[in-house]
Ligand binder design. Structure first.
Ligand code: CTP
Length: 399
């Protein structure tokens, strides 16, 4: 959610400033681009060099830098997707509440049109003082979000409220703030992906070449738009970068079937990318099968069609399937769309260069149940995933 987001971190001068080194590190790890503004007194608690190394950006402390170049507060405010002030001291809070603008951080705050979050940090009596309470209320009326201070031991040795929220908590507030503005915010979406392995005996199985890449990319693209994603994943060795996708690993088509049907009633959409085996051995040998004759016959039976079962059960959900074909792409895809009761189908040609299973690119055609057909260019699977997610958002009028 924070990936590629521009986070402008303002640090005011209190002992909690030492925590902002860890905070910057967490934000960078989440993929955010971070710029830091320190007030003069904050620079007494944490050095600009530390934060510059961690943020991989220059740290700003004044309206003019060492070369007398102007640090334009308006441009800084425009650059930011979010302005976070942590820690927020009583002094800076008071100035923000009253429009005082005597340093770079305050000038940037007054210029900011993006969401502003503040994490107050001060000693016990300062935090409970009436003026602090009033000032925080003032900030709320400006639309700013207050990340409440926590209770615990304070730098003064006193115990009580006033400690700055932990960096992990602050990151969660940022994610919540950013997800509110996303089109899939709070929407639960099911994705299945990868191959299935159908056992022949304890050491052998029938599988296929699906990598799971396309489905994982879709799960990540959905999450980036705010969705709460459940990913039912067959045996795949692809990395999943997001730690917040709910991943359920399965092996067989039957396990995938059970997991998907169980989740389906709770979701608003399901995107079935999995390459489920169409047949499985009728009997699974308990012991490893020994070779004997020159030929070997395996009797296979049909697996259950997960997508078709979801189509039968469908109520409010948007149901999306995939069709991998080697010929008559449009005709077969349209048949599957109708037979499986889908809202739209993503079709691709397995024989086309750059498309299909294992590679990192794909070229898709989307056909929806209203007979709209869109051909897309050859793109990376991440870009294809974003195209599919955009189509879903438009189709469902979620934006
Ligand atoms: N699918 C499924 N369960 C199965 C087989 C397929 O859910 N047992 C889903 C796939 O995840 C995909 C869609 O059905 O979204 C199309 O899969 P495909 O195997 O191409 O279609 P089939 O219906 O199996 O038709 P055919 O093999 O004849 O092309």
């Amino acid at each position: 959610m924070l990936n590629k987001k521009h986070i402008l971190l303002g640090v005011s001068g209190g002992i909690a400033a030492y925590k902002c080194a860890h905070l910057v590190r967490l934000l960078v790890k989440e993929g955010a681009e971070v710029k830091v503004i320190l007030t003069a007194s904050a620079a007494q608690f944490v050095t600009p060099q530390t934060l510059s190394v961690l943020s991989k950006n220059e740290v700003l402390t004044d309206f003019f830098d060492a070369n007398h170049l102007w640090n334009n507060h308006v441009h800084l405010a425009e650059w930011a997707d979010v302005l976070l002030i942590a820690p927020l001291t009583a002094n800076t809070l008071s100035k923000m509440a009253h429009g005082i603008c005597d340093n770079l951080l305050l000038a940037t705050y007054l210029s900011a049109k993006c969401p502003v979050l503040v994490a107050p940090a001060m000693d016990l009596e300062m935090y409970r003082h009436g003026s602090t309470k009033q000032n925080l209320e003032h900030l709320k009326t400006f639309g700013n979000t207050i990340i409440p201070a926590e209770s615990g031991e304070l730098a003064s040795g006193l115990n009580g409220e006033g400690r700055m929220a932990e960096p992990e908590t602050i990151v969660n507030y940022l994610k919540a703030e950013l997800s509110q503005k996303l089109p899939l915010s709070g929407k639960k979406i099911l994705v299945n992906a990868g191959p299935t392995y159908e056992a022949i005996d304890p050491v052998r199985f029938i599988g296929n070449r699906s990598s799971g890449k396309m489905g994982i990319a879709i799960a990540e693209a959905l999450e980036a738009q705010g969705a709460l994603v459940k990913l039912v994943l067959g045996p795949s060795f692809e990395p999943i970068h997001s730690k917040t996708i709910d991943v359920q690993r399965v092996e067989t088509g039957d396990e995938m079937y059970e997991a998907c049907l169980k989740a389906f009633d709770e979701v608003e959409a399901a995107i079935c990318t999995a390459a489920v085996a169409d047949y499985k051995p009728e009997h699974v040998a308990n012991e490893k099968i020994k070779k004997s004759d020159s030929t070997f016959q395996l009797h296979l039976i049909k697996t259950r069609d997960i997508l078709k079962a979801l189509g039968t059960r469908k109520q409010h959900q948007c149901l999306v399937g995939f069709a991998l074909e080697t010929e008559q792409l449009e005709t077969y895809a349209k048949q599957k769309l109708i037979q499986k009761n889908l809202d739209f189908i993503v079709a691709n040609n397995a024989t086309e260069k750059g498309a299909g299973f294992a590679g990192s690119t794909n070229r898709i055609t989307i056909i929806d149940k209203h007979n709209n057909l869109i051909n897309f260019e050859l793109k990376s699977k991440q870009e294809v995933a974003r195209d599919i997610v955009s189509y879903l958002i438009t189709y469902m009028k979620w934006a």
